[in-house]
Design a protein around this ligand. Structure first.
Ligand code: NAD
Length: 455
């Protein structure tokens, strides 16, 4: 049988595309060699957030006295946390499977290998069978990047994020190499559960892509809470449980830890694609705005495109690709200028759009005159009620002449839950006077967005 669409990879990009295409009547086959849901559902977003929620519950119980609640003998059970994590993952993976079944999409639970492609068809082999399709959507995701550091391979002490998530015991101490999103989320998990945590970050600041003021607030808090954050520091080698490093302008030093988590980024996963003949860009599959590669019947979506490695970007890219195949009018495109992102530290950092660094100095991407409006989160009554001792920050980056909102950056719980309102404003190009007309429910922490716009 000739399929209309073959999809390799069942993560957020793959399963979103599969459900949409099947629903619209395309004969669709999707290949997944592990579990549906991909990195996000199985070894990424969902399991980390489940464990982080357990850690937060424990942390909150320890601090309950601040809220007039006496809790005695607070303990946690790491094995139970892990079991609950697995239960959550199983439930969500089953949900994805059900959704694809409901749409009559064919799932092949095996590794797919692209054998051949021309402008009329693609040929894929999986589970000893051959599949032909008019079009291919590549959704193979990404894999952990392993930096060339001596002693990193064949070392039981070294974890990647997948191994860290599968831990059966809590390490008494951990060195985290890379203070990016993965590194800081694991620093949060392990430090809240009582591990001794050291973060080694090569850049002058952890979370280098984010608003510097928000990051400084987080960094100060974590340091005060005992997390050892070493910036402008490079790991030189690893020997068993010993991590050797050099901080800018100093001699080599060494630290030991039960575990060493390496989280220095991810790379496009091109496995099974040896026969793919399309243009590449920095090790990833190059796509146009329609997620189409240099071959007109081959598309790609998600981390494999090397654009923004976020699950919500992947699923939106998949919608754009399938929308284009279906000739949907109006043509859809992704608004890359309005992609929200959240780092699930405690407190959370959430942002959308341009930062001050994007608009100034050597990282300038747009020469626009802008103003910054900012308020501590404590201007929200709900925030004060629920975040004893915290200050937080909300910042709006506004085009000086047009008054449009170009970016929003916040630190304070639960900013992950209201950043969507800010994304909407950035996406729709709202001006401050337009945004001010939006009524926010009171008392919610989201009101801080409007309060900041009004100053
Ligand atoms: P990242 O790019 O966010 O961070 C990697 C960090 O490692 C950077 O700060 C970099 O400066 C540092 N680094 C690089 N080489 C180093 C070295 N040799 N020594 C010390 N530091 C070094 O990558 P990540 O944290 O691995 O995450 C991978 C991807 O997954 C990212 O695209 C991220 O956005 C995504 N992700 C997102 C979320 C979320 O949205 N909450 C959660 C987890 C992962």
């Amino acid at each position: 049988m000739m399929y209309n669409l073959a999809i390799i990879g069942g993560g957020p990009a793959g399963y979103t595309a599969a459900a949409m295409a099947s629903n619209a009547g395309m004969r669709t086959v999707i290949f997944e060699k592990e579990q549906l849901g991909g990195t996000c559902l199985n070894v990424g977003c969902i399991p980390t957030k489940t464990l982080l929620y357990s850690a937060k519950q424990y942390h909150n119980a320890l601090a309950a006295g601040k809220y007039g609640v006496d809790v005695e003998a607070v303990k946690f059970n790491f094995q139970k946390m892990q079991q609950r994590k697995q239960k959550v993952v199983r439930k969500l993976v089953a949900g994805v499977k059900q959704r694809l079944q409901n749409e009559n999409c064919q799932l092949v639970a095996a590794e797919a290998k692209l054998m051949f492609h021309n402008s009329d068809k693609v040929v894929i082999e999986a589970a000893g069978e051959t599949f032909e399709a008019e079009r291919l959507l590549i959704c193979t995701g990404s894999v952990n990047f392993v930096p060339p550091i001596e002693g990193i391979h064949d070392n039981d002490a070294v974890w990647d994020s997948t191994a860290a998530l599968a831990a059966t015991e809590l390490p008494a101490s951990i060195v985290i190499v890379g203070g990016g999103v993965i590194g800081m989320e694991f620093a949060t998990l392990f430090s809240e559960l009582g591990s001794r945590v050291t973060v080694i970050e090569a850049m002058p600041r952890i979370l280098p892509q984010l608003d510097t003021e928000c990051v400084d607030i987080l960094q100060d808090k974590y340091r005060k809470n005992g997390v050892n954050i070493l910036t402008s520091t490079k790991v030189t080698r690893i020997d068993g449980n010993w991590v050797y490093f050099v901080a800018e302008g100093t001699e080599e030093q060494v630290i030991d830890a039960d575990k060493i988590l390496v989280s220095v980024g991810r790379r496009a996963n091109l496995s099974g694609l040896d026969n793919l003949r399309v243009e590449m860009q920095r090790g990833a599959v190059r796509v146009n705005d329609m997620m189409q590669t240099s071959e007109k019947n081959i598309f790609a979506a998600g981390d494999v495109t090397g654009k923004i490695m976020l699950a919500h970007v992947a699923s939106r890219q998949a919608e754009v690709a399938v929308g284009y195949m279906l000739k949907q009018i109006p043509l859809q495109r992704i608004a890359y200028n309005a992609i929200p992102s959240v780092v699930y530290t405690n407190p959370e950092i959430a942002s959308v759009g341009l930062t001050e660094s994007d608009l100034t100095g050597k990282d300038c991407v747009l020469p626009i005159e802008f103003v910054v409006k900012k308020l501590p989160m404590t201007f929200s009554g709900r925030f004060v009620a629920e975040n004893e001792g915290e200050t937080g920050l909300c910042k709006l980056i506004v085009d000086k002449s047009k008054k449009t909102i170009l970016g929003v950056h916040a630190i304070g719980n639960p900013c992950s839950e209201f950043i969507a309102a800010a994304s909407f404003a950035v996406r729709m190009g709202y001006t401050l006077p337009e945004f001010e007309q939006v009524v926010f429910p009171h008392p919610t922490v989201s009101e801080i967005l409007r309060e900041t716009a009004l100053i």
